[in-house]
Write a new protein. Structure first.
Length: 236
């Protein structure tokens, strides 16, 4: 269960948006679901940072076009302030902007024109996957790496390392079948859960981020390895 949320409390969603129409559509799309959501809307990065410090949301939806600045820097500031799932909304399918946001710590992205129902469905799928049981032992060891799925913690040489929720989920899915090969499509379905087949960027970027955190030498990974033409595996 996300930090700061009890079983009966609503899922807190922070929307950084400059369009009144999108604000209205998002509120309606959240209301149309079977989940209880609490939506807060802000219009500046400073207000967003203040909001996440006061009440850690479960999800942050960040329209990059609302705030002037470098995409990577904007997302890094938000990621440093919160462990929430971060969605970036981009004005176009510009690959560089999308990759900058994902590399900086965003969990997923959505392109304009914004379809709030689609975005909420994807968000709900990601939350459902994140809260699902892993059915793994309390501690798994891969050389210098220790994974504690039930605690949501990962240690390298006895020192806890920080992962985003999506990175942690990705690592646990790989650990579910040590030495088994997972295709990008399978990982998309297991981690993001929205059946967004064909967009291997989400998987590849999060694999790179995961390696930066857990590998001694990310350029020469010994745990999360690439199986050419097939996908990825976690090896002991």
């Amino acid at each position: 269960m996300p930090k700061g949320r009890t079983a009966n409390s609503p899922i807190a969603v922070l929307l950084i948006e400059g369009s009144p129409q999108i604000e209205t559509d998002m509120a309606q799309s959240l209301a149309d679901t079977n989940e209880a959501y609490e939506l807060q809307v802000v219009h500046s990065l400073n207000d967003a940072l203040t909001a996440v410090r006061k009440k850690q949301p479960t999800v942050v939806i960040f329209n990059i076009a609302t705030i002037a600045g470098d995409t990577s820097d904007l997302v890094k500031q938000m990621r440093n302030a919160t462990s929430a799932f971060i969605y970036i909304v981009t004005e176009s399918s510009d690959t560089d902007t999308i990759l900058q946001g994902l590399e900086a710590g965003a969990d997923d992205y959505h392109e304009h024109p914004v379809n709030c129902q689609h975005l909420v469905a994807r968000m709900h799928a990601l939350l459902r996957r994140a809260n699902g049981a892993f059915h793994l032992e309390n501690a798994l060891h891969f050389g210098h790496l220790e994974i504690r799925p039930d605690e949501g913690r990962v240690y390298r040489d006895g020192k806890e390392i920080s992962l985003t929720r999506t990175e942690f989920r990705l690592l646990c899915e790989l650990a579910h079948d040590p030495n088994g090969v997972f295709s990008r499509e399978v990982l998309l379905d297991k981690v993001w859960g929205h059946g967004y087949f064909g967009d291997g960027r989400l998987v590849d970027v999060h694999i790179r981020r995961l390696r930066m955190n857990i590998e001694v030498d990310p350029a020469e990974p010994t745990h999360v390895v690439t199986v050419r033409g097939l996908g990825y595996r976690l090896q002991s």
